[in-house]
Design a protein around this ligand. Structure first.
Ligand SMILES: [Zn+2]
Length: 292
């Protein structure tokens, strides 16, 4: 073996060690969407999910429930290597493709559901198509990624969502069902009355249909403002999640703007390791909240 080979290998190990070390201190939140074999931007295959969970298991990450995460936000110390695994939108494929893998691997999970559309389809991708495109334009996506987005919008506008009956069966698999608002709109664009309705009605519906209120809300499209956070608190939620770490980082000390790492099918288990090191930043946020 050449000196160059070993120098490179040592550098790689040092980098991985650094990443692993940062992650070890953290509470991370992962954001998955659809679990299917379509290869879309929002999808991960059941096999990839199994690979990710196996990696987490091998590296001694413990899955958290929503109650446990809220307890950490309130100051209860954790093991230092904890993860909240979340799935947005409530696709029917969560039940068929993700639940068996989560069960096999022994991880709890959280699903954020769009309460007006339970048992229907993900038609907001069609309805909000122009807003989503404008939003993505603002993020100056590479052209290639925009084409991927077009295909995703096409693919996802008809995806089936779980019914109330299916959602009520999730509890036995240690899955928390939480709010993703009523209709998956851009909340920061709504009037105060519409915003309150989206949040309060969603929370109330979950209480009525599943027998327990949702304690957290997940805001769609990385769309957040302090007004949205305050409205969620007024509606009775105890914390809120964003689909991005970057936006979350701008909202320090705000338990209604907890950043998540979005995971899609392009992530290998090595990318996951990197993502976790970023996600571990949430731990610092939790510490700040405790100290405050
Ligand atoms: Zn969503």
């Amino acid at each position: 073996m050449s000196l160059r080979f070993w120098a490179k290998r040592l550098l790689k190990l040092a980098l991985l060690g650094l990443v692993g070390g940062r992650a070890a201190r953290g509470v991370a939140v992962l954001a998955y969407h659809s679990v299917d074999n379509s290869g879309s931007w929002l999808s991960i295959s059941p096999n990839q999910l199994r690979e990710h969970l196996q990696w987490l298991k091998d590296h001694h990450w413990q899955g958290l429930t929503i109650d446990q995460l809220l307890a950490r936000l309130d100051g209860q110390p954790g093991s230092g290597r904890e993860i909240l695994i979340t799935f947005d939108d409530g696709y029917e494929n969560f039940l068929t493709n993700a639940v068996p893998v989560l069960k096999e691997m022994g991880f709890p999970a959280t699903v954020f559901v769009v309460t007006d559309l339970v048992g229907k389809t993900s038609k907001w991708y069609e309805k909000e198509r122009e807003n989503i495109k404008k939003f993505v334009d603002g993020m100056s996506f590479p052209k290639k990624d925009r084409q991927v987005l077009d295909r995703m919008l096409e693919h996802f506008s008809q995806e089936r969502l779980m019914s109330w009956e299916q959602l009520s069966r999730l509890e036995e698999f240690n899955v928390d069902v939480e709010s993703h608002s009523c209709s998956h709109r851009f909340l920061s664009k709504l009037s105060a009355a519409e915003l309150a309705d989206e949040l309060e009605r969603s929370r109330g519906e979950l209480q009525e249909k599943l027998g327990h209120a949702s304690r957290t809300n997940c805001f769609s499209y990385v769309d957040f403002s302090s007004v949205v956070g305050k409205a969620a608190e007024a509606a009775g939620f105890e914390a809120g999640f964003l689909a991005s770490l970057v936006t979350g980082a701008k909202e320090k000390n705000n338990r209604f703007a907890l950043g998540r790492v979005g995971i899609n099918g392009f992530y290998s288990k090595f990318d996951l390791r990197f993502a976790l090191s970023q996600a571990a930043g949430l731990h610092q946020r939790i510490r700040r909240l405790i100290i405050r």
